[in-house]
Design a binder for this molecule. Structure first.
Ligand code: SF4
Length: 498
């Protein structure tokens, strides 16, 4: 590839200040456990959800009388230490890890967001992205863009709605405010909320982002409790048992009487569309969705990929970490041995943000290095979960060839990512998405691979094996389940990237 082509792609990457790839957009963890100091459990829960967001971490803790919020930029381990956790006392809490998709990556936008209403206050944590921010601001006569993030806007709408409550002294104020505000929201939102006495979990009517409910069993000292979390491993880590996933459009309210459900959205808006990329990439391999562990689905994606696009080769290797289960599946199905060919530096907590083009190229080198003796003189099948801008993929191919690989055949365990996501995943515009601008053979040339093949949509659904459960596939098909906030009809050509 010509240097200026790389520069162009790397420049595109710089728009988000990140290396190529789709990025998760937050994790939520809430707990109600009378008799237990829960801050250290929130820490553990957030630690289990760290992959969903590494820009900031925060928690709001209530002792039944007041809420204290603590949040910092960075990883969970740098945001909280033992001293800080000890200062956050209470049995009710909400935690959040953030990756910004709407709103800047600043301390002000770190979550939970706190607002006082009446004599009380509430804290809110959001996983997802609203698609009708401009309309909501207009309805409320706010200046466009006045809210620092869509989550901040929701908190503001809730504070304003408090004034419309018939009985602001009601003990269910938070729930009643949500009943007024939630039906006005469109897009993706799995919310966790607390006031001084309640923990609430909400999933939008499409259920784009996951949210599950767990149970802490009673002990001799405590009556047990309840947990909500973006993914089930966050339940495991605090010793809670998985109860169920919240339904799309469901609000679960937890207090001293246990959990109860309410359904604040119009029935016609309920249209389950869990993000298909939770299966491909976002969720942890040990997370259960639709009752099944993700790891096995990724393995089947690789098997299916081998059936659809077999190629003669000496080794199959996966791009660490998320490409590895699919690579194992590809190897099992094709009979080509699975091997290690790329070593990942595990101490890179978040993607390195480099200030110059050259340094950004090197950022991939900081993360991955080839095992020269394993790849030299070999024909490789390299399995990855997706190609977004192509920046990382191209560098991996180049790195493997420089290490002596004879052939590099890219096999991608999802269909081409050709449309932007508006539902809480940080993706570039269509102009920057490789699959929106190039055919597969053009991509192979561009990435300097000997061949490129993607898993079919049918193959992906077969591997996920979720029956007729509804899935969002808008970034693969352009079929958006809700109105989008901007026009997405533009289709730049390959020439636009050359
Ligand atoms: S558009 Fe793609 S990434 Fe976004 S929610 Fe839908 S399937 Fe997930």
């Amino acid at each position: 590839m010509k240097e200026n082509e790389w520069a162009k792609l790397i420049e595109a990457t710089a728009i988000g200040g990140r290396i190529d790839g789709v990025k998760e957009a937050c994790g939520v963890f809430g707990i109600y456990a009378p008799g237990v100091e829960v801050s250290h459990l929130v820490f553990d829960g957030l630690f289990a959800l760290q992959h969903r967001g590494q820009e900031s971490a925060g928690m709001a803790v209530s002792d039944g009388q007041e809420i204290v919020v603590s949040k910092e930029m960075g990883l969970v381990t740098s945001a909280f230490d033992a001293r800080k956790l000890a200062s956050l006392t209470g049995h009710l809490a909400l935690g959040h890890v953030r990756y910004s998709t709407g709103g800047a990556s600043t301390w002000q936008n770190a979550q939970p967001v706190y607002r006082s209403i009446g004599e009380n206050g509430f804290a809110l944590g959001h996983n997802g992205n609203l698609t009708n921010v401009a309309e909501l601001e207009e309805e409320q006569n706010m200046l466009p863009g006045i809210s620092s993030s869509d989550s901040d806007l929701v908190a503001e709408l809730m504070a304003l709605a408090y004034d419309d409550l018939r009985d602001p002294e009601s003990s269910n104020t938070l729930e009643e405010v949500l009943n007024l505000v939630l039906p006005r929201l469109w897009g993706a939102f799995s919310f966790g909320l607390i006031d001084t006495k309640h923990l609430i979990g909400v999933r939008d009517p499409n259920g784009f982002r996951p949210l599950c409910l767990g149970r802490l069993e009673p002990t001799d000292e405590t009556p047990g409790g309840w947990v909500i979390a973006s993914e089930s491993p966050a339940l495991d880590i605090v010793g809670a048992s998985f109860v169920r996933e919240l339904e799309p459009g469901e609000m679960v309210i937890i207090d001293q009487d246990g959990p109860r459900s309410s359904y604040p959205f119009a029935k016609e808006r309920i249209d389950p569309r869990l993000c298909v990329f939770e299966f491909v990439y976002f969720a942890r391999p040990d997370t259960k969705l639709f009752g099944k562990e993700i790891h096995a689905a990724r393995h089947r994606m690789g098997q299916q990929l081998a059936e659809e696009s077999f190629v003669e080769a000496d080794i199959v290797l996966g791009v660490p970490d998320s490409g590895v289960p699919a690579a194992e599946g590809f190897a099992a199905s094709s009979g080509i041995p699975f091997g290690q060919g790329l070593v990942k530096n595990r101490y890179i907590g978040r993607t390195f943000i480099a200030p110059t083009h050259e340094a950004r190229i090197n950022a991939v080198r900081r993360k991955l290095n080839p095992l020269r003796e394993s790849v030299e003189g070999k024909r490789l099948v390299v399995v990855d979960d997706s190609v977004v801008r192509g920046t990382t993929t191209g560098q991996i191919v180049r790195m493997l060839k420089e290490a002596g690989a004879l052939e590099v055949h890219l096999r991608i365990s999802s269909p081409p990512f050709a449309w932007p996501c508006f539902y809480g995943i940080d993706t570039p515009s269509r102009g920057e998405l490789l699959a929106a601008n190039m055919s597969q053979s053009e991509m192979a040339d561009f990435l300097q691979a000997d061949s490129v093949a993607f898993l079919s949509l049918e193959g992906l659904y077969k591997a996920i094996d979720a029956g007729d459960a509804g899935l969002c596939n808008a970034c693969l098909t352009g079929h958006y389940p809700t109105p989008t906030p901007v026009s997405i009809t533009e289709r730049p050509t390959a020439a636009a990237l050359s």
